[in-house]
Each structure stands twice: as structure tokens, then as C-alpha cells.
Design a protein around this ligand. Structure first.
Ligand code: SF4
Length: 151
């Protein structure tokens, strides 16, 4: 693993970042789920290499215990609605989708997550996305992340 290049607030060229990606070589570790059920974000995502991905896989269900970020696949992802990510819309628009902890707990401050300038969810829903983001578990990863976990 090595830290991703960060710094600056300029939007990079290229795809937006999915904040609920899969544990695999080439993705990056976004944060670690705490015992309190909220994600502790790394200041900057850390690249996941093959060895690290294999170790987390061997321990079982890495997307239950961590969150990963990778480029938003848009139309190649089953969660893509055609114009947007269906995951964050579902979370924010379905009152039963969260456990009631869907507000920032630090006086309204947004999490320091390291991908905001490129984040798909933030681009789509702004600060409201960041309010629920720490509670999201991407258990199964890939194209069925949120719906598979929360049915
Ligand atoms: S905290 Fe906000 S900007 Fe950061 S990953 Fe979550 S939704 Fe995206």
C-alpha cells in the first residue's frame, strides 16, 4: 500500500470517485468501520495492492469492515440509473434506509475523507451525502453494494 497523491481542491480530469467500491488490487482504502458503526476516514485514500487485498479477503468480508474507493464506473455499474448513482439517492430518499444516525456528529462538520473534490456522491447530493456516508456499509462490494447489504 502507498498513499495516493493528494493535495489541492482542484477537480481532476477523469472519472469521479466511487466512495463505496470493492476491495481489490487497484482500489484504495477510504476508511475503517469502527465498532460504533461509523467510518473512520483516512486523510488520504491508500492504494490497495494485490498482497493487501488478498490479506483482507482472507480475513473475510472486507467491505463489511472497510470502505474502498475506485473510479465511478457509471454505465458499467448496476447501480447507475442512467444519469446518477442510485445508491446515494436510495439512502437519502428512503427514510428506512438509514438507522437514524444520518447526520454529521461533529457540529455539522463534514467528514475529512480525502476524495470530496472527485466524489460521485458529493457531486450528486452535496453535504447531505456526507452526512450519511459514515454509516454506509458496502458489504458485498461491486455492483450490488448497498442493496445487497440492506435489501
Ligand atoms: S464523506 Fe462525502 S465526499 Fe467523502 S466519500 Fe463520503 S460522500 Fe464522498
Amino acid at each position: 500500500m502507498s498513499p495516493m497523491a493528494g493535495g489541492g481542491e482542484e477537480r481532476r480530469a477523469g472519472p469521479r470517485s466511487c466512495p463505496s467500491g470493492v476491495c481489490r488490487e487497484g482500489s484504495a482504502l477510504l476508511g475503517v468501520m469502527t465498532g460504533g458503526g461509523r467510518l473512520a476516514y483516512l486523510p488520504e485514500p491508500v492504494f490497495v495492492d494485490r498482497a493487501f487485498a488478498d490479506r483482507l479477503d482472507a480475513a473475510g468480508r472486507p467491505e463489511m469492515r472497510y470502505r474502498f474507493t475506485e473510479p465511478c464506473a457509471e454505465a458499467a455499474c448496476a447501480q447507475w440509473t442512467g444519469t446518477a448513482c442510485g445508491v446515494i439517492d436510495h439512502i437519502l430518499d428512503d427514510p428506512d434506509a438509514t438507522d437514524g444516525t444520518d447526520v454529521a456528529q461533529d457540529g455539522g462538520a463534514l467528514p475529512v475523507c480525502g476524495i470530496r473534490r472527485d466524489c460521485r456522491w458529493f457531486a450528486q447530493r452535496g453535504a447531505a451525502a456526507c452526512g450519511v456516508c459514515p454509516t454506509v456499509v458496502a458489504d458485498t462490494g461491486g455492483s450490488a453494494t448497498y442493496r445487497s447489504t440492506h435489501g
